[in-house]
Design a protein around this ligand. Sequence first.
Ligand code: FE2
Ligand code: FE2
Length: 298
Amino acid sequence: MIRLAHFSDIHVTTPTLEWQREDWFNKRLTSWFNLCFLGRGKRFAHAEEVASRMMEEIAVRNVDHLIFSGDATALGFESEIRRAAELLRVGELAIPGLAIPGNHDYCTGTAAASGHFERYFSAWQTGRRIDAYHYPFAQPVGPIWLIAVNAATGNRWALDASGTIGAAQLERLKRLLNELEPGLKILVLHFPICLKDGQRELNLHGLRDLDALLAIANAAGVNLWLHGHRHAPYHFQKSAHANFPVICAGAATQTGLWSYGEYTIHDTTLTALRREYDPTTKRFRDAETFSLSLSHNR
Ligand SMILES: [Fe+2]
Ligand SMILES: [Fe+2]
């Protein structure tokens, strides 16, 4: 029996940000405007407090492995990434973890190339890789493989929240999946397969090479896809787009949506417990349980 804790989209920011001249001409400016004037800042006003409380609780709940599926920050600044890693206690907790960046963490091309996310989350990015390439990587958890795929890209346009894995990473993923010893295979991405209503994501918000990834995942017998990006949690046993289940963790720290998932995997059955934050008691409480079969694709 394996127990995983899955959280996503904590969207932490800091009072002092490292603005550079180029940021006034790229996506950061509109993202900052959204943060300050269009409600994002208000929705994540309690992000620090909720993230701290979440990690305090997870630390004592007998979890074998932590999974963070991206969007640690609001604008992808180094100070935000550093603070997010501190709040999630990356490298401090004794529980091993896996982390991938989200589109906000790679807010601009410069942020994507900076390596800040990979540096501050390095303790949660160990694993088996193809040659010296950072992504994808695989971590064993007992008889299970967690496989991290990075689809965050430094997008240029203000409204572009999409992601791309790229042909080279897809080819490495194919090799990695083929090389892993037998076991359940769980893909961890920031981006979803589909929305809560089962429809595909919009082009400007989704994974641009989703079809290519699904072809590889289906052929390799992937058993589960874990993601964030969408801030309300949902799950599917099967969707029109893939024959394996998916779970969206939702945003762990967004006011009113604040929750994370604990998944107990026994043989090929996953039992999920979603725990949500209660602002009155400042603790997390059980909110929803559901089960998924991971066996149909083996
Ligand atoms: Fe997000
Ligand atoms: Fe996102």
